[in-house]
Ligand binder design. Structure first.
Ligand SMILES: NC(=O)c1ccc[n+]([C@@H]2O[C@H](COP(=O)([O-])OP(=O)(O)OC[C@H]3O[C@@H](n4cnc5c(N)ncnc54)[C@H](O)[C@@H]3O)[C@@H](O)[C@H]2O)c1
Length: 320
């Protein structure tokens, strides 16, 4: 089996490739443009790990390049595509809307069009919990109304809509993955948990938005990679155009997380500030459709996973 993983130097793409390479016999082609939205050194370090495997090949490609993406599909017969490359980040979208249209809409189109033209068996693509906006009908299931509140969320909704059309007219099978705050080792430095740990170790001030009154359905990367593999295994029985919440179904108040960090001596200087206008106050997804489909029952304990994250940070950045 041969798969394409876009965004393979990013957090989720890398973690999924690493899991497959360590545990399964699958040929992987990874692509990423290694942009500097956050430190590209981290992306390169991730890639060094993947490049140790003979069954992994990497190309530095921008998914916005129609010619290069077409060529990639033409020269490789992909069975499946996992599309994770995107301009991520809700807050960044306020001042950089164009990046989201370029990569998340036009880049996505290049991927889906080639999946269809080159008969990929199924496209799995990253959507986001943020498309629910401020919908408060918790826990949110996949049938709930989506109300994108920023251009990032809108770009993900457009992906879902395009995939519906590609299924209807061109019979391309696809599965949208609405990720809820994925965290863990090798995670994204622009997200809250790593920013908090980094503020402590680098002696910087941590800015706590909305005075800490946020809750998130935190989903551990160790669960996410297993879920993605189980979905791949189940590809024949999935709907032709399906959406899944990828979440732990547990919304945790940030106050509680900060209390746990403090108990473990991670105590940066904190400055409480008001809400950032792109932010969602609470996320909490219903994962019953997912758990039933792949028979996944036991999600990791967030406290144990957070300790693993702290340990990874200390080792990676060489703090004793
Ligand atoms: N991490 C989360 O909690 C979360 C939550 C919801 C949705 N998502 C979605 O999941 C996917 C993966 O997220 P992540 O956390 O791994 O983010 P990430 O930023 O770590 O990974 C995305 C990767 O895509 C690459 N990329 C960006 N633009 C590109 C382009 N034009 N061409 C080629 N590569 C490009 C980046 O260099 C990066 O390595 C994204 O689509 C994101 O929107 C993530």
């Amino acid at each position: 089996m041969k798969i394409l993983v876009t965004g393979s130097a990013g957090f989720i793409g890398f973690s999924f490739c690493k899991y497959l390479l360590e545990n399964k016999k699958i040929k992987i082609i990874g692509v990423d443009n290694l942009n500097n939205y956050y430190d590209p050194k981290l992306k390169k370090e991730r890639l060094q790990i993947l490049k140790k495997y003979n069954s992994f090949k990497f190309y530095k490609v921008d998914i916005c390049s129609r010619k290069k993406i077409k060529n990639l599909f033409k020269t490789n017969k992909f069975d499946f595509v996992f599309h994770f490359a995107a301009q991520a980040g809700v807050r960044y979208s306020i001042n950089h809307p164009k990046e989201y249209i370029d990569t998340n809409v036009l880049g996505f189109f290049n991927i889906i069009e080639n999946c269809s033209n080159y008969n990929v068996k199924r496209l799995f693509y990253a959507s986001s919990s943020s498309i629910y906006g401020e919908n408060k009908n918790f826990p949110l299931d996949e049938k709930e109304i989506v109300k994108p509140k920023n251009i990032y969320a809108l770009s993900k909704k457009i992906n879902e809509d395009i995939s519906l059309i590609f299924n209807k007219y061109y019979k391309l099978k696809s599965t949208g993955l609405r990720f809820f705050t994925v965290y863990g080792e090798w995670g994204r430095p622009d997200m809250m948990l790593l920013k908090f740990i980094e503020s402590f170790y680098q002696k910087k001030t941590f800015y706590l938005y909305n005075f800490g009154k946020h809750s998130r359905d935190f989903t551990y990367i160790g669960d996410v990679v297993k879920i993605l593999y189980l979905l791949l295994n189940k590809h024949r029985s999935l709907g032709t155009n399906d959406i899944f919440n990828i979440c732990s179904n547990k919304s945790i108040d940030l106050d509680k997380i900060i209390f746990f960090f403090k108990k473990n001596n991670i105590i940066p200087k904190i400055k409480k500030i008001s809400i950032q206008k792109a932010d969602i106050i609470k996320t909490h997804g219903d994962n019953s459709k997912l758990c039933k489909t792949i028979n996944y029952k036991k999600f990791s304990d967030w406290k144990i996973s957070l300790l693993k994250l702290i340990k990874w940070y200390r080792v990676f950045y060489k703090f004793k």
